[in-house]
Each structure stands twice: as C-alpha cells, then as structure tokens.
Design a binder for this molecule. Structure first.
Ligand code: AMP
Length: 214
C-alpha cells in the first residue's frame, strides 16, 4: 500500500501517518522528520536546512527529491509507504512521478486532510513534540503529562522552533502558494480524496481507513 498524505502544516498528517503505520506494517516517510534529524546531528544537509526551516520556507526541491529517492529504495519500502510532507511543490510531485515509474511503483491513495487556517494556527501554537521518541502532543486535546513530559518515554516535551506564531503564518503562506496547487494536480489525475480534519483523531483515522479499504 502506497499512500500520500496532503494538507497544510498542522492538519494532523504526522499523527495520522503514525496511526496508519501502527495498523498496516508500512513505514512513514516524513521529510520534515528526516530534516529535523539531520539538523540535530549537524550533518551537511542539516546545516543547510536549519536556517530555511526556522524561517518556515521550503528546502530546495533537488535536495528533498534526492532524500526521498534514497529512502524509497530501502528494503522496508518494498511493502509500501506513507508519504507525509512530501511532495510540497509541483516540481517535487513531477519528480515523484518519474521516480515511481523508475521503481515500478504506483500510489494507491492521495488523501488531503482539510482544516481551516484559523484552527490550524490554534493547533500549531499548542503543538508539542517529544525530542526523544517523536511522539506528538497538543495542549488542547492530547496533552503530555502534567509536568510536560512524554507519556511514552518520560522525556520533557518541546515546542518546535517553527511552531512559533510568526513562523506559522509564513508556513501557511508558503503552503497556500506552493503546496495547495498539489490538490488540483492529483484531482486532475482522479486520485485525490479529501477528509475533513476538523474532527477527533480517531474519527479522521476511521475515514482514512475507509478510503484505504475502498
Ligand atoms: P514538516 O515537519 O513536514 O512540517 O516540515 C518542517 C519543515 O521542513 C518545513 O517547514 C520545510 O522547511 C521542511 N520540509 C519538509 N518537507 C519538505 C519538502 N517536501 N520540501 C521542502 N521542504 C520541506
């Protein structure tokens, strides 16, 4: 099963990808997570990406496509994968088409999770992340322990640098200009399914599972 999750930052792509990964044994490929790991490990890629990510801009297409090209050829992707946060531009989507053709693979589902921008801003400012195990939290509806530690591993949770309000607005502008056009790109191919993301995590997941079942 090869799945792509589309949608603005903060609609819950990562949360849903992790739930899909628990139900079906396929890896989540989050370009954001790969980049954050590179920044943490201070690799060459991480050094280039850090400044761009802090501003809420997009990392250049060729770097991202190179990352995904390598990742899709790893053994665990033979069973399928969930793309989360990639593609984010039309050139990335076109490069993905070529790459999938080369690898003799086809996408089974492109799912757009849809949430209003005002609600997204509220969600993102309240979002917290465990820097150790990657668990996602939200102070509004899925809080960490009362002492701000991760329920899974006990590490103190943090706010992502790019989840501060100024950066969030820029990320949404970048999404509007560069990423939202992907909805038309996949709708024209007859592949797009839209799920209302303004519901509980389990309700959104139920809709996604139904689409995958169909
Ligand atoms: P995310 O965790 O998906 O919100 O990604 C965090 C940040 O990583 C984004 O704001 C971008 O700066 C960068 N990033 C992640 N995925 C991509 C992508 N496909 N293309 C360009 N930049 C990306």
């Amino acid at each position: 099963m090869r799945i792509m999750l589309l949608g603005a930052p903060g609609v819950g792509k990562g949360t849903q990808a992790k739930k899909i990964q628990e139900k079906f044994p396929i890896p989540q490929i989050s370009t954001g997570e790969i980049l954050r790991a590179a920044v943490k490990n201070q690799t060459e890629l991480g050094k280039q990406a850090k400044v761009i990510m802090e501003k809420g801009e997009l990392v250049p297409d060729d770097l991202i496509v190179g990352l995904v090209r390598e990742r899709l050829q790893e053994e665990d992707c033979k069973k399928g994968f969930i793309l989360d946060g990639f593609p984010r531009t039309i050139p990335q989507a076109e490069a993905l088409d070529v790459l999938l053709q080369e690898l003799n693979m086809k996408l089974n589902a492109v799912i757009d999770i849809d949430v209003d921008y005002e609600k997204i801003i509220a969600r993102l400012t309240n979002r917290r992340l465990c820097p150790s195990c990657g668990a996602d939290y939200n102070l509004l509806n899925n809080p960490p322990n009362p002492d701000n530690t991760c329920k899974k591993c006990g590490e103190t949770v943090i706010q992502r640098d790019d989840d501060k309000e100024g950066t969030i607005r820029n990320r949404l502008e970048v999404y509007e200009k560069q990423t939202r056009p992907l909805k038309d790109f996949y709708a024209e191919k007859g592949m797009l399914k839209v799920v209302n993301g303004d519901q509980g995590v389990d309700d959104v997941f139920g809709k996604i599972v139904k689409i995958l079942g169909d």
